[in-house]
Each structure stands twice: as structure tokens, then as C-alpha cells.
Design a protein around this ligand. Structure first.
Ligand code: GDP
Ligand code: K
Ligand code: MG
Length: 268
């Protein structure tokens, strides 16, 4: 049986570097269906039966460039066994926004904390255990360009250590009320795999185009209208959801990171 592992992360987080480290030279470049955007697939060295897919870069599931849409529909409709979410450790605040959306989605994931060399050189210390604890998935520090840390990732993949995060962001009461009303509809929607209906409801409130299209194709017109009516009653929901995510990340970073004073080297 094949194990499908998808690499996802912000542009320039190091996906292709990690892809190359994990696959060596055994890669195949094709195109995503219907478009000329490159689709890279390879076999992970030391992991028989694995298929590694290098997804286009995504800043956020709400973003809507062609590449991002491809990556989003892939995540929504296909059934990767594991998502390896690669984040730039030297740019955590921005990178974690997508991570958070991904974790809320409910797919089995591992977070790779890449660019650790850059983070360290800036005096940034990250408590990786605490971060793993808070995110609810394994966290593996790496320097993908040099390949360091990849044995540990390989070990975790071989042992199928990816987990579905139990992370539940508490949104403001207004948003929770809206989600509560949407949940019965969202729970009925069949997708490629079991996604967290709470996540689907939040994406609906955010007017995510890909999610709207998916839902439209899977519910009756009456249900779709009802969902629209509910959304219209909570006009500030999308802003409140975004703010809640940013606040959560800010608090997380206060807890798990520390900026050490860089040692001045000018006294000699
Ligand atoms: P992608 O856009 O996610 O596919 O990212 P790439 O793999 O193309 O990497 C973006 C840039 O960051 C390239 O110049 C890489 O050589 C570099 N890079 C990747 N990983 C690391 C790392 O761990 N440390 C450092 N310093 N540079 C890295
Ligand atoms: K790049
Ligand atoms: Mg790339």
C-alpha cells in the first residue's frame, strides 16, 4: 500500500529543499491537472511505498492565487496520509497562520521547523517541546538546505507519528454561536476525507472561495441558502476569526520563544 505524504508551507519555507533531501534524485515532475503549474512527486529514500508531493506554496488557506487554489483543493479533496507542514523558524509569526489553519482542518500532520540556522543566528530560541505540545503534533527542527534533522523526520514518518491535532481555538462568542448553527450542515458534507466540521464552518464564515465551491457541489440549494442566511447574520465573523488566530499565535510565541541577546564580538 502506498503512503502519500504532502509537503505544505509558505513560499520559500524550504519545501523544495526538503523534497530534494528526502527523495535524493528520484523525483518526477508533472503538471497539476488542467494547468501548467509543476507538480513534483518522488519516493522518500528509506521509506518504501511512499509518495512525497511538493505542493505549491501557500501563505494562508484564505489566499487565492492559482497555485494556492491548487494546493487548497488538493488538501480538501485528496487523501494524503500525512501532511508535513514546513515552517520558516526565522519567520514564525507569519508562517504559523497557515499552520494553525491546517491543524484546525484536522489532517494528520508533522511540523518541520526549518531554517533553524537562521533563527539561531538571530538569537531566537524556540522551545520545541512546548511548541509541539501547544500545536498538538510532532515538531522537528531542521536545516533543510544542509539536510540536518532529516533522519529524525524520516524516523517519525516511518513510525507514522503524524497526529491529528486536538487543537480547538476558542473564538469570540458571536463566532461560536455562528459555528454552532452551521455545524449540523457542515457535519453532513462528505469530502475526500474526514475534515473537522468546525473548521469547515469557520472557513465558510470567512467566505473561502474553495470551500464555498465544495459546499455548493455537495448540499441542496435549500441548505446552501440557509448557510448563507446564517453567515449574513454574523457580518464581522471573518474579521473576528482572523484576529483570534493572530492573537493565539502571538500568545503562543510569547510562551515558546525567547530572544537571547546576541553576543557582541567587538570587544577584542
Ligand atoms: P520553497 O519555496 O518552500 O520550495 O523553498 P526552497 O526549498 O526553494 O528554499 C527557499 C530558499 O531557502 C532557498 O534559497 C534555499 O536554499 C533556502 N533554504 C532552504 N532551507 C534552508 C535552511 O534550513 N537554512 C537556510 N539558511 N536556507 C535554507
Ligand atoms: K522558492
Ligand atoms: Mg519550491
Amino acid at each position: 500500500m502506498k503512503t502519500i505524504i504532502a509537503l505544505a508551507g509558505n513560499p520559500n519555507a524550504g519545501k523544495t529543499s526538503l523534497f530534494n533531501v528526502l527523495t535524493g534524485t528520484r523525483q518526477q515532475v508533472g503538471n497539476w491537472p488542467g494547468v501548467t503549474v509543476e507538480k513534483k512527486e518522488g519516493v522518500i529514500k528509506g521509506l518504501d511505498g511512499s509518495v512525497l508531493i511538493d505542493l505549491p506554496g501557500i501563505y494562508s488557506l484564505s489566499a487565492q492565487s492559482l497555485e494556492e487554489k491548487l494546493a487548497i483543493s488538493y488538501l480538501l479533496l485528496e487523501t494524503p496520509d500525512t501532511i508535513v507542514n514546513i515552517v520558516d523558524a526565522s519567520n514564525l509569526e507569519r508562517n504559523l497562520y497557515f499552520s494553525l489553519q491546517l491543524l484546525e482542518m484536522g489532517l494528520p500532520s508533522i511540523v518541520v521547523l526549518n531554517m533553524m540556522d537562521v533563527a539561531r543566528s538571530r538569537g531566537l530560541h524556540i522551545d520545541e517541546n512546548k511548541l509541539a505540545d501547544r500545536l498538538g503534533v510532532p515538531v522537528i527542527p531542521m536545516v533543510a538546505r544542509k539536510g540536518s534533522g532529516h533522519e529524525r523526520l524520516l524516523g517519525q514518518l516511518a513510525e507514522r507519528r503524524a497526529t491529528t491535532s486536538m487543537l480547538t481555538l476558542a473564538y469570540p462568542s458571536e463566532v461560536e454561536e455562528a459555528i454552532g448553527r452551521l455545524l449540523p450542515h457542515c457535519s453532513d458534507i462528505q469530502l475526500g476525507q474526514a475534515l473537522n466540521p468546525r473548521w469547515l464552518a469557520a472557513m465558510w464564515l470567512e467566505r473561502n472561495e474553495s470551500v464555498e465551491q465544495l459546499i455548493q457541489a455537495r448540499v441542496t440549494q435549500a441548505v446552501y441558502r440557509d448557510m448563507e442566511r446564517i453567515r449574513d447574520e454574523y457580518r464581522l465573523a471573518d474579521q473576528l476569526i482572523r484576529n483570534a488566530r493572530y492573537t493565539w499565535i502571538e500568545n503562543l510565541l510569547t510562551d515558546v520563544t525567547e530572544r537571547k541577546k546576541q553576543v557582541a564580538s567587538t570587544w577584542s
